[in-house]
Ligand binder design. Sequence first.
Ligand code: SF4
Length: 224
Amino acid sequence: MKKQKITLTPDIYFENVCPTLNMNIRSELYFTNEFTFAVAVILSAQATDKKVNEVTPSLFKIAYSPDKMLDLGLDGLKKHIKVISFFNNKANNIIKLSQQLKDKNSNCLNYKFPQKYHNRNELMKLAGIGQKTANVIMNVLWDTPNIGVDTHVFRLSHRFNWCSDKENTPEKVEEKLLKIIPQKYHAMVNHTMVLHGRYTCKALHPKCENCPVNKWCCAKDKKI
Ligand code: SF4
């Protein structure tokens, strides 16, 4: 009798992949407080975390709060981030974001977003913060069960057949993942799939021989 293949369910995936990763670090982006994390996430759109981490330690030493970012100014900020893709647009957004966040607490070394922004709709009213960025911020900073769908989450969801061709936008993928992944994993979905996608389940050359879910995976482009 033909042995039935066990497919890679979300439960099997998270149970087996999470223990192989450092789950204490919630993001590979360098940041010093909630404001600098938001800035780092904005800078990371269509850029690698590694590239962003090359410029942010010196930037965040001087521009660690909305007030300090405004003191640095648009031209000063552009000088720091000019090696990052779309730096002009990102700099404009970061300065606007700093203006929007300016209040009596906006010069703190340990800046925290006002409570009203612990809400996706409010967060998305801020410059440079779209749905994916808002999800990542809420998920990493406040452990909320949102799923930030970046390129890795999008790609792996389709590779594992968790999503079909119908789920062709980050929003639709998030909606589907929230339905099929048990809630206890929601806060760790983005981090787990980003790291697994970045280092093991790569787009062109997945390292299937080192993959903790190899025996369950039925991906069409699996290597062994
Ligand atoms: S076995 Fe290969 S294709 Fe499947 S999840 Fe692992 S790395 Fe990705």
